[in-house]
Design a protein around this ligand. Sequence first.
Ligand code: ADP
Ligand code: ZN
Ligand code: MG
Length: 623
Amino acid sequence: MDNKPFKPTGKNSKRRKGLKNFGFIAILLLIGAVIYAGYNQPSTLKNVALSQVVQDANAGKYSKIVVSGTDLQITEKNQDKATISSQKDPNESLVKDDGLDQSKVVVEYKKASEAGSLWANAAVTIILPIILFGALFFFVLRGAQGQGNQAMSFGKSKARLYGNEKDKVTFKDIAGSDEAKQDLQEVVEFLKFPKKFESVGAKIPKGVLLVGPPGTGKTMLARAVAGEANTPFFSISGSEFVEMFVGVGASRVRDLFAKAKKNSPCIIFVDEIDAVGRRRGSGMGGGHDEREQTLNQILVEMDGFEQGTNVIVLAATNRSDVLDPALLRPGRFDRRVNIGLPDRKDREAILKIHFAKKPLAKNVDLDALAAKTAGSSGADLGNITNEAAILAARENRHEISQADVTSAFEKVAIGPERKSKIMSDKEKEMTAFHEAGHAVVGHVLPDSDPIHKVTIIPRGGTGGVTWSIPAEDKSYHSIIEFKDVLARMLGGRIAEEVIYGPERVTTGAGSDLPSAAALARDMVVNQGMGKKLRNQVFHVEEGMMIERMVHERDYSDETAKVIDDEVEALISEAATRAREVIKANLKSLKALKDALLEKETVEADEVLSILKETHMPKAAALY
Ligand code: ADP
Ligand code: ZN
Ligand code: MG
């Protein structure tokens, strides 16, 4: 596998709620079962017919008969507890009617009140379980009712109100994003000193849209605005508007805004607004009605703010391109704050913030880590720091070491090592050639990024990894650069082909080929980097149509064919160049393969020394 631009695999986990009730019921059930079992043990007394009892008593077999009401409990001569029970007719006397010889056995009569113990017994064996089960039903019903209530209150917004000191976030907690903070500082001022602005006739903005890739701190910034202005913060996610029932969204919006107005000055934060705010009227069918109604209601509410309402709506999205233009009109989300991926300096600052509360060894080089993590978001960096702490804790160390940080970074970037996966020697050799192929091509081609590490330890879903990291942050990429990247991506497959023959290539390139195809298509379709189709882009509208993705394109079938040809040309050019490089550097390829088989992982410096004698063949040169 050839690593793609740094793309962490970590996922945010969501908290689970509502298990508490279930646990309580389970405990109740257990207690009930234990008590019931305890009291409902089958009686150990043997029931014997009265005539037999009298006969045995007269024969002198018993020491004692206890009579309570109609019940008899009989103790045998050699026993010290009653072992036999029997019943007598309430109207008959044992001695007179049944012929018991009183000289042969002690007869004790218990009072009627003690017969009440029978009732006590009954209470324990029958009534107690009923009470317990009743309680159980009560709790179960209450739980069910809770859900019912939820269903019945569907029109209420599920907005959460933050505002207590404990989870307060301020701008200080957010590293970098200086422009965004500046823009939002203004919003803080509006909330804090509305009079100042009103007195000179300035209109306070109603909506501010935060736009940026996932994990760049949009949610955090919105909360920090509330924290700085010291106002309540109502947060709701766009997808919550459209849950469960049709027609819910609009009423939730109404409810949310009503609540907010009562608490003004305050902030309403609509996270992931693209879930409801997509361009209307695209696609067919009724699937959009719900969203449209919700969106309309948001617009109506925002238009309906009277002067001086002092509620500011912040919204966040990572897809501002799909938003309905109506949302962006003046008086709505007319202010826009862009938040980009952090640059190297900001990445270091973010790492510092996240490591601040963790015991970090003095020699850990955060600057180097920041350099390696181009393209990662604040959330990814947070994830790395957390993984590093977990690694240290697992080994009971009290300080996070450089090694922890390095392996945390690699784990987040390309998935955890899977050392337990067993590969045959043959497969190992194949993997080593494959990875060495990526490395040699990447190393030789001048515009490919430097090789950072090559390994044949399986990671994530792949057999091995060749990892190249740009020397510096890049915002732009040239055609030459992309062509070298394409060749490097194919380097693994081509090495297999050169070594084992064209029909013996394996599925080891399973993730290289799709990435190469995607990059080539992006070059042609979106970047105007085709040969014939240079400087032209082709719009493809992606939309949802009743559970199915549709791709609407605004070009002809003939153009589609040309695009396919262009993509094909890019891929086969890359394969040819990779082949030329590998054939010209077979000795180095084998040397790196041997090093990989021996050590499994080869780091940057060593890769450089092994590949010292490689050279660039003319046939692979672009310029
Ligand atoms: P978004 O809403 O843009 O997807 P979040 O605000 O949810 O991102 O950020 C996710 C996490 O990433 C935050 O909880 C924080 O730990 C971390 N993070 C993101 N950006 C920054 C930053 N600039 N400074 C510090 N931490 C950040
Ligand atoms: Zn590969
Ligand atoms: Mg968010």
